[in-house]
Ligand binder design. Structure first.
Ligand code: KG4
Ligand code: ZN
Length: 333
């Protein structure tokens, strides 16, 4: 079976459209980022994000088709992020997808955003099942077990903040710009193990928790200030990052030993973190019988190519949506 998917992603602050052939070949991948606008506010402002999506959505779709050198007649299906994400942002992509589906009589393929992040790994490696995905983004921290290509079991999830959210919040108290993840990643390279932060604890072994760690960083800054001392931001960034990432990697290692996947993949915006990539390679990459895949930097943060890759698989499984489907900000995997 051969198919051309037009994929749309607008769940947060990237307006994106991509044309994907047979699930693997990227004919175009257009991403219009709003980061420079939201930077001024220190984080994504949902209302502003929706308005910019409205301005850009038709432009990125047009550019994706032109770059791929095709027209809507060549497209077999329209895949789109149905959720989770910011409701106003999602609505723009969903409505654009439905309009195209209606106007050109094409099937709609509604998708979960995280499944897109997982399938981004398919651009660099064959996906082999059973597979374990460590999903780390601004909204998610999950260990997802896939016994085959369209089954998703959540083995563990965060009890409070997502890892990317913790990075962004800690960056803010350290006076770093939005998005905080890349800023901490860079600053931590100059830091050393100068502070002691608590290792996050959870009731269930494979769950995560980051709000305690985030509060500990804040309390440490306040304590030092009271004493008239100033903290060393690079050292605190280093200590926060080491503690947070060790939790991710240790729990992934436990899940590998318990569930014995053939492949482990890293997924989501935080997968771009250089230290996480190192730690995963050192620990998970060293486990015999497990193949580790780390997505290239270009497809870690939000884009529509990943949604197209997932969309192809969903299309082959005939997982179509109806014209009255809507955005679902709390969509479950
Ligand atoms: O997947 P993504 O683009 O959007 C969501 O689906 O949430 O992930 C965005 C998150 C942000 O929290 C950002 O700070 C984080 O990914 N991030 C990083 C890095 N690059 C992006 N976190 C740590 N280190 C990085 N290098
Ligand atoms: Zn994402």
């Amino acid at each position: 079976m051969s198919e051309i998917i037009l994929a749309i992603e607008s769940s947060c602050d990237e307006t994106a459209c991509s044309i994907i052939k047979d699930g693997k070949e990227i004919c175009s991948n257009v991403v219009s980022s709003q980061i420079n606008v939201h930077k001024k506010y220190g984080g994504v402002v949902p209302e502003v994000a929706s308005r910019i999506h409205v301005e850009n959505i038709s432009v990125v779709i047009d550019e994706a088709l032109k770059t791929a050198g095709i027209t809507m007649n060549d497209v077999d299906a329209i895949a789109f992020t149905q959720g989770p994400g910011l409701i106003g942002s999602l609505h723009v992509g969903v409505q654009a997808a439905k309009t195209l589906a209606w106007a050109f009589n094409k099937p709609l393929v509604p998708l979960h955003h995280i499944i897109g992040h997982i399938y981004a790994n398919g651009f660099v490696d064959e996906l082999v099942f059973p597979l374990l995905a460590l999903v780390v983004s601004g909204g998610h921290t999950e260990l997802v077990y896939m016994k085959d290509e369209w089954s998703f079991d959540i083995l563990g999830t965060t009890q409070d903040d997502a890892i990317g959210e913790a990075y962004d919040k800690v960056a803010r108290v350290l006076g770093l710009p939005y998005p905080g993840g890349p800023a901490i990643d860079k600053l931590a390279k100059e830091g050393k193990a100068h502070y002691i932060l608590p290792t996050p604890k959870t009731e269930k072994e494979l769950d995560f928790s980051f709000s305690g760690l985030k509060s500990a960083v804040l309390q440490l800054i306040q304590r030092e200030e009271k004493k008239g001392e100033t903290i060393v931001p690079a050292d605190l960034a280093y200590c926060f990052q080491e503690t947070a990432l060790d939790t991710l990697v240790n729990k992934t290692e436990k899940a590998v030993h318990e569930f014995k996947p053939k492949q482990v993949v890293l997924a989501g915006g935080v997968a771009a973190n250089s230290r996480l990539r190192e730690k995963m390679t050192e620990t998970i990459g060293a486990i015999e019988g497990v193949h580790l895949t780390i997505p290239p930097l270009w497809c870690c943060t939000d884009n529509a190519a990943m949604m197209g890759a997932a969309g192809s698989v969903a299309y082959r499984h005939k997982l179509f949506g109806a014209l009255d489907c809507s955005a679902n900000p709390c969509k479950e995997i």
